[in-house]
Design a protein around this ligand. Structure first.
Ligand code: PMP
Length: 432
């Protein structure tokens, strides 16, 4: 069987390293086996790399490409928008339409503000929560990622040695150079433990509880029965703002995101990724009475590129496509099939593994067959073997994230799924 090689990517990465720090523009692109790729094209479910390998892609730009890599309606809308100039520092009709669609589709959305990245709209949410409540503490959870800035990059992936006791996790800085004081008002808790959230917000000093409503950055973990409802009630009772970080789950788990799927409304929600099919767009959405503080100018939210017309055109085209529903039916069917078959193949190959999550984003974990329920369950995983597996996969034409996540798009049709499963079978044999 033909196995892909990556010599050209390797050579170009050497050239990249002479001009880009580490050869990349985001640390999450470092250190990938057998080499970080240089990509030259993307179509449907595929990316084509510098060596000419056509790879079935389960990275999907880290999530945004829910419609596949070249959704025609989005590309047409962007081309048409470019005929009208680039940036105006003013409102646009297309921005009003994008906001109207978000308000129509997302349960908690009464008002919207657009930005350019998930990282920055999370910051807007935190600032707003502090302004509204007059309190400072932000509760965040172990293993949850909310962008790379100093005040939220705590205990995102602490080691077993540093994470501290479960009921009172240590606050672990995520990077050298982090402002130690930026964590002063952050309280870290384990996710999916309602009693601990209740006890913490009852202290009365919490401005906001910030969470991924389904934990997709470490494993693909569902909220436990009654957990979101319980946190919602606890926040309402204590006057704390509940913020859902739906940067991954938004428009992916369902049109209405995790809040639509689980039927629990936060006060504020942050969106990014899938909302704009790969264009740099993010949104903060939420209660009108809270968001009005931006409107009166009491709370600052700014940005030269906010609601960039091109990104707004992509957003409107994306949301109109998603509103039809067909995308979700297709992904639901293919994602379920993929999860089930991958699980079967790994079982048959006698590789202890757990496949869990949602059809549109699931996780394959090696080293355990038990459900992954918390961040700490991931300490038991056999990450080295999983990287050997993804390395085998990419040689066979399937590009999947080394951390175990698989993003599925509407462009992954039956033939693509079938070819993926052939590669999974051969790769499982190679590492068993
Ligand atoms: N929140 C979550 C849940 C995310 O997954 C990410 C990105 N992976 C972010 C926030 C940050 O978004 P961005 O990379 O667009 O700044």
């Amino acid at each position: 069987m033909h196995l892909n090689t990556f010599d050209r990517s390797r050579a170009r990465m050497a050239a990249a390293s002479e001009v880009l720090a580490g050869g990349v523009s985001s640390n999450f692109r470092l250190g990938i086996s057998p080499t970080p790729l240089v990509i030259r094209d993307a179509k449907g479910p595929y990316v084509i790399d510098a060596d000419g390998n056509r790879l079935i892609d389960y990275y999907l730009g880290m999530g945004p490409m829910l419609l596949g890599h070249d959704p025609e309606t989005v590309i047409d809308a962007v081309r048409a928008q470019l005929e009208h100039g680039i940036l105006y520092a003013a409102q646009t009709e297309i921005e009003i339409e994008a906001a109207r669609l978000v308000c129509e589709i997302v349960p908690c959305a009464e008002r919207v503000r657009f930005g350019s990245s998930g990282t920055e709209v999370i910051q807007a949410a935190i600032r707003l929560a502090r302004a509204v409540t007059g309190k400072q503490v932000i509760v965040k959870f172990e293993g949850h990622y909310h962008g790379w800035l100093d005040n939220v990059h705590w205990s995102v992936s602490p080691s077993e040695q540093t994470c501290g006791p479960l009921e009172k996790p240590s606050k672990v800085a995520g990077t050298r150079g982090q402002d130690a004081l930026a964590g002063e008002h952050i309280a870290v808790l384990p996710w999916n433990d309602l009693a601990l959230v209740r006890a913490r917000v009852a202290k009365g000093d919490v401005a906001a509880v910030l969470m991924e409503p389904a934990m997709c950055n470490t494993g693909a973990i569902e909220p436990g029965e009654g957990y979101l409802e319980g946190v919602r009630a606890a926040c309402s009772e204590a006057g704390a703002v509940l913020i859902f970080d739906e940067v991954i789950t938004g428009f992916r788990l369902s049109a209405g995101g995790a809040q639509g799927l689980f039927g629990v409304k936060p006060d504020l929600a942050a969106f990014g990724k899938a909302i704009g099919s790969g264009f740099p767009v993010a949104a903060l959405a939420g209660r009108a009475d809270l968001m009005s503080l931006f409107g009166t100018g009491e709370v600052l939210h700014g940005g030269t590129y906010n609601a960039h017309p091109v990104a707004m055109a992509a957003t409107v085209a994306t949301l109109n496509e998603l509103a039809k529903g067909e995308v979700y039916r297709s992904i639901d069917k293919r994602g379920r099939l993929l999860m089930g078959e991958i699980g079967e193949i790994l079982r048959a190959a006698r590789i202890p593994a757990r496949v869990q999550g949602f059809p549109s984003i699931f996780h394959v974990s090696f080293g355990t067959t038990n459900p992954i329920r918390t961040f700490r369950d991931t300490f038991a995983l056999d990450r080295k073997r999983y990287v050997r597996f993804t390395t085998e996969l990419i040689q066979r034409g399937v590009r999947a994230l080394e951390r175990g996540a698989w993003f599925v798009s509407a462009a992954h049709d039956d033939a693509v799924i079938s070819r993926t499963l052939d590669a999974v079978l051969a790769s499982a044999r190679a590492v068993s």
